[in-house]
Design a protein around this ligand. Structure first.
Ligand code: GLN
Length: 488
């Protein structure tokens, strides 16, 4: 296998054994990018020179006898809504098309300390609003398993880059499913940590009470390694949690004997593809064969999750996006006669249709007279959804469901029907509303050969239990896992 096809932990062994250099690894990744990026469009910005310089420096340090830590010299792709000092951060929006961040997000500082090599910034739905990466100002990203299909979203660029071997590891952000759903559509691993586990400082805010940064990787071990690097309390983010950070790799034990797994019936109802439902039944059998105990459970308030999310997320977005006024940041309309016109024209021209739709919904839901009827009510139901999970976790260690009701759909299939796009997040949204951690891993393939993901949800701050279940499952089906067929 070529270097760019390996995982971070495999490359780490080669670096420790001095079989390869960080520079060689980085160059191989760019060779692959040069061969396939024209078809996939994973990246908005490539940071080639900076990456080669970073890799050279790592090689120098290794040569000087420095201990090679797990992510040292490993190429990483960063979703383009995280601030990167001196490098463009566009959020795939015309509004920020030329915006160069003057500082690093906390996760970037942590990754630099860990010694990763940033390859570039990846494509997303504009301001992370979407589930297909079709709303990007920089064009759609294509799924490496079938270029006519979406890679999922909003972190579609990060997921496609990993599935196409255009990076070794990546970061995404997840407000309602944007790490897990693209990971599932691209046949890889995506972990949304507990709310507060990873600092949001420097993540361009979409819906602040839901947003969370997490890893998108080729396997569960790499997800644990990235979690080790990016987790922890940060004084710069008042919502980051001051809790102990475990060594996530300690969870990588291929043993689920005695583990109690709940399977909520609400996640397998109407609207779920038969092949996806069948895959869950097969996964249940696999977990049981490994010694876990699976039982059907009920999370009765699930049916309200999408409605609640589409009040709370747009409400917070309308407030967060108010800062893009044509005065600060980048896009500014040229022909405005006064300040109000400057605001209106800059925002009308700078934002795309999905972002405008969300700002309008959110502004309406927060307006006086409607606030109690919509926003307050949504917050109350959000508490009920959270309580459903708390109750289930009194009995069960892990909750298993599909990640998405279907495998990757065709480009354009849902683009003009926002409601059907919104409904494709039905399995991931409740997790963000409850603030709990959840991982998507490959579960199998449908008849068309497209990957199907399974989702494992856990108690708040108990990423280790879902990592253990995910790792055990992955080890069990390892020989059946496939790679995206994309040729250079
Ligand atoms: N698809 C969902 C939305 O459009 C989730 C997006 C996300 O998690 N960033 O809001």
């Amino acid at each position: 296998m070529k270097l760019n096809e390996l995982t971070a932990h495999e490359l780490h062994e080669k670096l420790v054994g001095k079989e390869v250099s960080a520079t060689e690894i980085t160059k191989t990744v760019y060779e692959r990018i040069d061969a396939v990026e024209g078809k996939v469009n994973s990246y908005v910005t490539l940071t080639r020179e900076q990456a080669i310089a970073q890799a050279n420096e790592i090689d120098h340090r290794i040569k000087n006898g420095e201990t090679v830590t797990p992510l040292m010299g490993i190429p990483i792709a960063i979703k383009d809504n995280m601030c990167t000092d001196g490098v463009k951060t566009t959020c795939s929006s015309k509004m920020l098309a030329d915006f160069v961040s003057p500082y690093n997000a906390t996760v970037m500082n942590k990754l630099n300390t860990a010694g990763t090599v940033m390859i570039g910034k990846t494509n997303l739905d504009e301001f992370a609003m979407g589930g297909s990466t079709e709303t990007s100002y920089f064009g759609t990203t294509h799924n490496p398993w079938d270029l006519e299909r979406v890679p999922g979203g909003s972190s579609g660029g990060s997921a496609a880059a990993i599935a196409a071997d255009e990076a070794i590891i990546s970061l995404g952000s997840d407000t309602g499913g944007s790490i897990r759903q693209p990971a599932s559509f691209c046949g890889i691993v995506g972990l949304k940590p507990t709310y507060g586990r990873v600092s949001r400082y420097g993540l361009v805010a979409f819906a602040s009470s839901l947003d969370q940064i997490g890893p998108i990787t080729k396997d569960v071990t790499d997800a644990a390694l990235v979690m080790n690097a990016i987790s922890g309390h940060d004084a710069m983010d008042s919502t980051s949690a001051n809790v102990d950070v475990p060594d996530f790799t300690k969870a990588l034990i291929p043993d689920v004997k005695g583990m109690k797994i709940g399977v909520p019936k609400e996640y397998l109802g109407e609207g779920v593809d038969q092949e996806v439902a069948d895959n869950i039944q097969q996964s249940i059998k696999q977990f049981e064969a490994m010694g876990a105990k699976c039982e059907e459970i009920s999370l009765p308030n699930t049916e309200y999750a999408v409605s609640v999310y589409y009040i709370i997320a747009p409400a917070e977005a309308s407030s967060n996006l108010a800062r893009f006024d044509g005065v600060r940041y980048t896009y500014r309309a040229e022909d405005a006669n006064d300040l109000m016109e400057l605001y209106c024209k800059s925002r009308s021209q700078g934002f795309g249709p999905e972002v405008k739709r969300r700002i309008m919904i959110g502004t309406y839901a927060l307006s006086s007279g409607y606030y109690d009827a919509y926003y307050k009510k949504a917050q109350q139901v959000r508490t009920l959804i959270k309580q459903d999970f708390e109750k289930a976790f009194e009995t069960y260690d892990v909750i298993l469901s599909p990640t998405s009701p279907s495998a990757a759909f065709k480009i354009g299939e849902k683009a003009s029907d926002p409601l059907s796009m919104y409904l494709s997040d039905i399995c991931t949204i409740p997790v963000n509303l409850a603030g709990i951690p959840s991982i998507s891993i490959p579960g199998g393939y449908n008849a068309a050969g497209m990957p199907i993901g399974i989702q494992l949800m856990g108690k708040a701050f108990d990423e280790n239990t879902i990592l253990r279940a995910a790792y055990a499952f992955e080890q069990n089906i390892k020989d059946t896992l496939k790679r995206a067929p994309l040729k250079g």
